[in-house]
Design a protein around this ligand. Structure first.
Ligand SMILES: [Fe+2]
Ligand SMILES: [Fe+2]
Length: 282
């Protein structure tokens, strides 16, 4: 433990008092002081983290220049989205041009990068010997956040629906609702991060409760649950992962349209185009 000399002398009664002490008294006073400091440090460590309430988060809305549900691609520093760091004066970057017929990997490289959370979640699922479809679902589970964060599970599922199996779409769609509900049978707990994001007293709205109940009784429940289990937040900046590690799984389970994502005339093509060009004024 580091000792602040001034605090130590004050804690022992001040310069004058210390000067009058003999060696023994000083040693005792030092011990008292150190043990007090140690207790304070332990108490501070144990003090429960103070999470905001729903009402406090509501009050913060008018202190921001953006709404919290805005997509990552529309903010200057994508990784800091959701935090309340002051970003006034931080400018957006020019995006790298996309190929004419973009593939999923191109989106990872040019629009979702560094995509640390997605790559780490997929890598964790792989390490845990999940099925290839679950690994793919983990890789894609939060891509909706690039476009819009509010209800991201539904946006993400819609984005991929024409290109993957129903099971993968299901897993991505329902991971959002399942995140709010513990499942002790697989050691899944309500995320601490949600106390911070949604408020300590937050109660998920009825449609999220209903989505959970529906998914809980579905034959693909475990696929969606595994996405929440491998939803990896402890991002290690020293681990370099690349989309290359998942090219084979993408190849087997994601039907890339030959015209390229965004140009294949599906009901979701415009959503991919909005990510190709988020700078378009209309
Ligand atoms: Fe998510
Ligand atoms: Fe996630």
């Amino acid at each position: 433990m580091e000792v602040d000399r001034n605090a130590l002398i004050q804690g022992m009664g001040g310069e004058e008092a210390v000067a009058k002490m003999d060696h023994e008294q000083r040693a005792d006073a030092l011990e008292d002081f150190m043990s007090g400091e140690l207790d304070a440090a332990i108490l501070a460590r144990k003090a429960p983290k103070r999470y905001p309430t729903v009402a406090e988060l509501q009050e913060k809305i008018e202190t921001r220049d953006h709404r919290r549900g805005i997509g990552k691609l529309f903010r200057p520093i994508p990784s800091r989205i959701g935090s309340d760091e002051d970003m006034s004066g931080v400018m957006v970057k020019r995006l790298t041009p996309m190929p004419q017929r973009p593939s999923l990997e191109d989106f990872f490289e040019h629009r979702f990068a560094p995509a640390g959370h997605l790559l780490q979640s997929a890598a964790l699922a792989k390490k845990n010997a999940a099925s290839e479809e679950v690994i793919l679902a983990c890789l894609l589970h939060d891509i909706g956040n690039s476009l819009i964060k509010s209800d991201h599970g539904y946006w993400g599922a819609q984005l991929i629906e024409p290109y993957v199996s129903e099971k993968v779409t299901f897993a991505v769609r329902y991971h959002q609702a399942l995140r709010f509900f513990a499942d002790t049978s697989v050691n899944y707990e309500y995320p601490k991060r949600y106390y911070e994001l949604f408020g300590i007293d937050y109660v998920p709205p009825p449609y999220i409760q209903a989505a959970h109940d529906y998914a809980r009784n579905h034959k693909w429940y475990m696929e969606a649950r595994l996405v929440t289990l491998n939803d990896y937040y402890a991002f290690d900046p020293n681990v370099e992962l690349s989309i290359d590690e998942f090219r084979d799984i993408i190849g087997r389970h994601f039907k890339q349209p030959k015209e390229g994502l965004g140009y294949d005339q599906t009901p979701v093509s415009h959503m991919w185009r909005a990510m190709i060009n988020p700078d378009s004024p209309l």
